[in-house]
Unconditional design. Structure first.
Lengths: 112, 117
């Protein structure tokens, strides 16, 4: 039973445009949601997070939106740059000392 | 990757063999988590050790085991390797002060890429 779903395996966006990566979840008991970025031959790197009591968090070019009623979150990257090309993982943190649950990832390609 | 060193970076084994992977966090970190990354399944949680005790375990068969030493270094072992065990194995430690209280932001090592032939 997959609790965190990233239904788009890949996304291609032109440089300078907006990239929108989506994530759906099934468990209402998640406290936090996180986005990680992964380049080949490296481990995932933390990008941005949002508490379940917020609906938006912004950090530079990256904004995460949370829609609790729809159990959906999205990561917006504006403007997209070629260096943003990577695999993006959505993750959710249940309450207590329980591990992060990750989605399967979305490969973003930003075309110059 | 700063904070977590994993060895070896790459290795090739054959079916039926066993493998041991190592993870060395920077000193002072008592929690170490292991994840398996495969193209079809994303990142899947294997186990977490806290102060040498397994605190959480994912849904993997008993062939996957781990341990943590008193100096926080951790090892994971996979016995009787199968083709499907080919994956990137990632070790991670929590970072304090990032993402908000309770976010449990992890920093990952670069991983050990295991290929089973």
């Amino acid at each position: 039973d997959q609790q965190v779903k990233q239904n788009s395996p890949s996304l291609s966006v032109q440089e300078g445009r907006i990239s929108i990566l989506n994530c759906d979840y099934t468990n209402s008991m998640f406290d936090y949601f996180l986005w990680y970025k992964k380049y080949p031959a490296e481990g995932p790197t933390f990008l941005i997070s949002i508490s379940s009591i917020k609906d938006k968090n912004e950090d530079g070019r990256f904004t995460v939106f949370l829609n609790k009623s729809a159990k959906h979150l999205s990561l917006h990257i504006v403007p997209s740059q070629p260096g943003d090309s990577a695999v993006y993982f959505c993750a959710a943190k249940p309450s207590g000392n329980t591990p992060l649950v990750f989605g399967k990832g979305t490969r973003l390609s930003v075309i110059a | 990757k700063a904070g977590v060193t994993q060895t070896p970076r790459y290795l090739i084994k054959t079916r039926g063999q066993q493998v041991t992977l190592s993870c060395s966090p920077i000193s002072g970190h008592r929690s170490v988590s292991w994840y398996q990354q495969t193209p079809g399944q994303g990142l899947q949680f294997l186990f977490e050790y806290f102060s040498e005790t397994q605190r959480n375990k994912g849904n993997f068969p008993g062939r996957f085991s781990g341990r943590q030493f008193s100096n926080s270094r951790s090892e994971m072992n996979v016995s009787t390797l199968e083709l499907g065990d080919s994956a990137l194995y990632l070790c991670a430690i929590p970072i304090m002060g990032r993402g908000g209280p309770g976010a449990n932001v992890l920093t990952f090592g670069a991983g050990s890429r295991l290929t089973v032939l």
